[in-house]
Design a protein around this ligand. Structure first.
Ligand code: MTE
Ligand code: MO
Length: 344
């Protein structure tokens, strides 16, 4: 009976897939270099596994709805949001739906997925664990059950491969995405590049005459004026790839951090702080590829792109590229001592 498995196993399979989807989704947001491409692929395969589990799970849902409970409305809301998240993800991946209600489709996909997290936790607890709808039994590890899991996994991989070749074959916009899932916007035209914030940062008004960069390294703390920084013209071509789903190649001009800061023997991290309070911490060995940019495309940065100076962090996602930098410090604090994503 490969096709009529117990509902409990559908619930278990869906939970495992959702956990892996969440993990690979978070990792996709974090990944910036091509050797991390497999997490995005894994996330896509999870999406296909959800598609395959829909018919199986909907039988469970129909059974559950017959037993009237107040909580079923919450469960139905959960189902609706889950399908919406899936659809938003597929819409963005194919390129058929790039924006929803004026927001980038990927942004909506992530936002709704985050709303789903507490709902899923509640649902697994209230409908799964308490009512035993998910609790594993010994038979769940039977050969037949494992075979079913294998069929779903192989089916998801096959469906993913088929979808990818359909996207390419039909020439859908999704075929032109970067390995992170982002679409190209405004390359080599900084004025056409979107200006974005991680969360709620607004563009600060900065008077370049009064602005100072405070730096702290092995030689202590000192302050630099903008004029002292713009005397440098190291050029770097690098790709800004925002987690809201776009990327842009630009030519940046500025001062390498390795030139600005004297190495300190026991420093473990580079702390970069913005006028707005936003900050990130890089591992010390990243320092050699970081640039403190004053220009994009040969012209001074515009206010929304970080005037007077912003960080360029090749190989890292956009949220590492701190704008409106006002303080840089070499610190002995280990680089992992920070929230997994910026909180500002
Ligand atoms: N101070 C500050 N810097 C920031 C952010 C922010 O919210 N505050 N957002 C980051 C994010 S998420 C991205 S994608 C890039 C966007 O850079 P851009 O607006 O020049 O395109 O800036 C990064 N630097
Ligand atoms: Mo971003």
């Amino acid at each position: 009976m490969l096709l009529r498995p117990p509902g409990r196993q559908a619930n278990q399979a869906l939970l495992v897939v959702l956990l892996v989807a969440f993990g690979t989704g978070v990792a996709t947001v974090a990944t910036g270099s091509p050797n991390g491409a497999w997490v995005a692929i894994g996330h896509g395969i999870c999406g296909m596994a959800v598609v395959l589990l829909i018919p199986w799970k909907s039988r469970v849902v129909r059974g559950g709805l017959r037993r009237a409970r107040l909580s079923r409305w919450v469960s139905l809301l959960l189902a609706a949001l889950a399908l919406f998240t899936l659809a938003a993800g597929l819409g963005y991946a194919t390129g058929l739906v790039r924006s929803i209600a004026g927001k980038p489709g990927l942004w909506v996909h992530i936002a709704v997925a985050l709303v789903l997290v507490p709902l899923v936790v509640w649902h697994v607890w209230a409908r799964g664990i308490r009512t035993r709808g998910i609790r594993p039994r010994r038979t769940d590890l039977s050969r037949r059950a494992l075979l079913r899991a294998g069929v779903v996994a192989a089916g998801a991989v096959a469906l993913y491969a088929a979808a990818e070749s359909a996207i390419t074959g039909l020439g859908l916009p999704g075929a032109r995405r970067r390995f992170t899932g982002s679409y190209e916007v405004g390359s080599f035209r900084p004025e056409a590049m979107p200006a974005t914030s991680w969360l709620l940062d607004a563009v600060p008004a900065i008077d370049p005459e009064r602005w100072r960069l405070s730096i702290k390294d092995g030689q202590g703390r000192r302050e630099l004026t903008l004029a002292q920084l713009t005397a440098n013209d190291t050029k770097v071509r690098a790709t800004l790839d925002c987690t809201s789903g776009w990327y842009s190649h630009q030519d940046w001009t500025g001062l390498p951090l390795a030139t600005l800061l004297g190495r300190e023997g026991n420093a473990q991290s580079v702390y970069v702080h913005s006028v707005t309070g936003y900050w990130v911490r890089f591992p010390i060995h990243d320092m050699d590829r970081l640039l403190l940019a004053t220009q994009a495309g040969g012209a001074p940065l515009s206010a929304d792109h970080g005037f007077p100076v912003r960080l360029v962090a090749p190989g890292r996602r956009g949220y590492w590229w701190v704008k409106w930098v006002d303080r840089i410090e070499l610190q002995t604090t280990p680089s992992w001592w920070q929230p997994p994503f910026p909180t500002g």
